[in-house]
Design a protein around this ligand. Structure first.
Ligand SMILES: [Fe+2]
Length: 188
């Protein structure tokens, strides 16, 4: 348990705070994406996976973007979670932290990775069988260019993958494959 909280403890904590199935699935998708991105860059999948899994711990109780992540950081600090993970989680929502900016690949890829999960789900849902397995990598890339499609997925934040050194097309492919790997958990 290198980061203060084990994965089973983190998942139990998440279930204490996040109740809606779709939000839980979003957290699991973010975990899978972060693990894949860490493996791609030679970083630690356990560390990056915990960031993905726990990043929206207060999303149901603190929906206002000017405060979202503040309660999460308080809870996770109390639980002894690794400070770098807490920092990445705080900064995935810069709106709650005026004057602070994402500055490392870990910060940028948590923000970009959790954001693209929604767009990938939306892409799967327009296929006739609504299955992630049917989604082609080029469809995700095409949908990113369509501003009106899954408009809630901020394209500027998705493009932060490039600041972290991963070209957008490669980022889309990595995230899609990661989510396809847990399609059963996502009911897709
Ligand atoms: Fe999120």
């Amino acid at each position: 348990m290198a980061y203060g909280i084990s994965r089973p403890e983190a998942f139990a904590l998440l279930q204490d705070h996040v109740k809606t199935p779709n939000m839980l699935k979003h957290c699991l998708a973010s975990e899978a994406v972060m693990r894949a991105l860490a493996e791609h860059l030679g970083e630690d999948p356990e560390k990056w996976g915990l960031a993905g899994l726990l990043h929206d711990l207060d999303a149901e109780t603190h929906t206002d973007l000017t405060v979202h992540t503040i309660e999460t950081a308080r809870i996770l600090t109390g639980r002894g979670l690794d400070a770098e993970i807490i920092e990445a989680i705080r900064l995935h929502n810069e709106t709650a932290h005026p004057g602070e900016k994402r500055s490392t690949p870990f910060h940028h890829l948590l923000a970009a990775g959790e954001t693209i999960t929604g767009l990938i789900v939306a892409t799967a849902l327009v296929y006739p069988d609504k299955r992630l397995a049917s989604v082609k990598p080029k469809s995700v890339r095409k949908r990113i260019k369509e501003r009106a499609f899954a408009a809630g997925a901020n394209r500027d934040i998705i493009r932060e993958c490039e600041v972290a050194g991963i070209p957008l097309a490669e980022f889309c492919d990595l995230c899609l494959v990661a989510m396809q790997g847990i399609a059963g958990d996502l009911d897709l």
